[in-house]
Ligand binder design. Structure first.
Ligand code: AMP
Length: 380
């Protein structure tokens, strides 16, 4: 797979798949621009090499074309960040967009309208001509959208088939592949993983993959109660997926160093060691668990973390997650936070981790499969 530096981009039109799927408030203001900021190295590099930069992204999950999901606020913000005018196309493909591209000068940046306004983005089989029309806009293709690289969509995968030998990974995508790839191939050991969050069912693949790879797997969050119940421990009214009890037992059999919470803080503010009474609901790992896990983590050479270990949105149940975040941020080993919500959960310590992955589902699927459709499409 090539990287953007391997392409001769001067004076060429380069279609760049970026991830500008930013959160917006009700007035349409961007509340967190970190995804746009993350794409700047690739965009600035292309500008410096006199490419004509055509950016394509999705925003949200629109049902058809709606003003609510326009990428216009992102073109404004990008313009401020680059300190230069960013052109905005009110469509994603078609004759008017082609005309705009024809008038672009080297170093110009054009942002196309939300690619998900076309149903064929998410379902390429609905209209194969859509990816072809996108491809028609450019000489070269760069994918820098790690956060959507686990989707085989028109702009993340199908379009790449029109750019044999003329496609590459952007700097952000490359950085993620390098980091997560070497983590999976050759982690410094002992390798610890912490997996939390709501459901076993959404993380079975990653739990199985990690259980066979890591030296220690710590399971917290609501999903821990399914594992505890699978071992015959009483979990009261905590969230449990009864259909996953057998899967939980299979995962527990994969690694003898799987740590589960020994105590829990429940909704009424009490702490229970071992069994939780029928009427109580586990909301956070307890202080004994946090202390034991933090002590064990002192031996780690690599730590990967995905998913909060409690209902961190409520300060009463954020103590476990915050205690772990603080302790891990003080370790001198390689520390990686995987994806989306986890970064919010470990604030304000996130910037003290070695690597903060920009993907949510993409990070988990990369760990599970070792590659992603968007990455494969660049290699063929
Ligand atoms: P996920 O998206 O799977 O990483 O799940 C994150 C969500 O899991 C957060 O919104 C947490 O509030 C929730 N969560 C973590 N621990 C618990 C728990 N003990 N009970 C209910 N929800 C939890």
């Amino acid at each position: 797979m090539l990287t953007v530096k391997d392409l001769d981009v001067g004076n060429k039109a380069v279609l760049v798949r970026v991830d500008f799927n930013v959160p917006l408030d009700k007035q349409g203001n961007i509340t967190d621009d970190s995804r746009i900021v993350a794409s700047l190295p690739t965009i600035n590099y292309l500008i410096s090499k006199n490419a004509k930069v055509i950016l394509v992204s999705h925003l949200g999950r629109p049902k058809g074309k709606t003003a609510e999901y326009t990428l216009a606020p992102c073109s404004k913000r990008l313009s401020e960040l680059l300190g230069k005018k960013v052109l905005f196309a009110t469509d994603t493909i078609g004759p008017e967009v082609e005309e705009l591209v024809r008038t672009m000068q080297p170093g110009d940046v054009l942002l196309l309208e939300n690619v998900r306004f076309y149903p064929a983005e998410e379902k390429p089989e609905l209209d194969p001509a859509f990816a072809k029309s996108l491809a028609k806009l450019a000489d070269l293709y760069v994918n820098d959208a790690f956060g959507t690289a686990h989707r085989a969509h028109s702009s993340t995968a199908t379009v790449a088939q029109y750019f044999t030998g003329k496609k590459a990974a952007g700097f952000l995508l490359q950085k993620e592949i390098d980091f997560l790839g070497s983590l999976l191939k050759n982690p410094e050991r002992p390798f610890f993983a912490i997996i939390g969050g709501a459901k076993v069912s959404t993380k079975i693949g990653v739990l199985k993959a990690l259980a066979s790879k890591v030296d220690v797997l710590m399971i917290g969050g609501a999903m821990a109660y399914t594992f505890l119940k699978a071992q015959g421990i009483q979990v009261g009214s905590s969230l449990v997926e009864d259909s996953m009890l057998e899967t939980a037992r299979e995962i527990l059999a994969l690694n003898k160093n799987i740590y589960l919470p020994e105590d829990s803080v429940t909704e009424d503010g009490k702490t229970f060691i071992g069994n939780i009474p029928d009427t109580c609901k586990g909301m956070d790992i307890g202080p004994k668990t946090a202390e034991k896990w933090i002590s064990a983590l002192q031996n780690a050479k690599t730590v990967l973390w995905n998913g909060p270990v409690g209902v961190f949105e409520n300060p009463n149940f954020a103590k476990g997650t915050h205690a772990l975040a603080k302790a891990i941020s003080e370790l001198s080993c390689t520390t990686i936070i995987g994806g989306g919500d986890t970064v919010a959960a470990v604030e304000p310590f996130a910037d003290k981790f070695t690597h903060v992955s920009t993907g949510g589902g993409a990070t988990l699927e990369f760990i599970e499969f070792g590659s992603l459709p968007g990455i494969e499409a660049l290699s063929t």
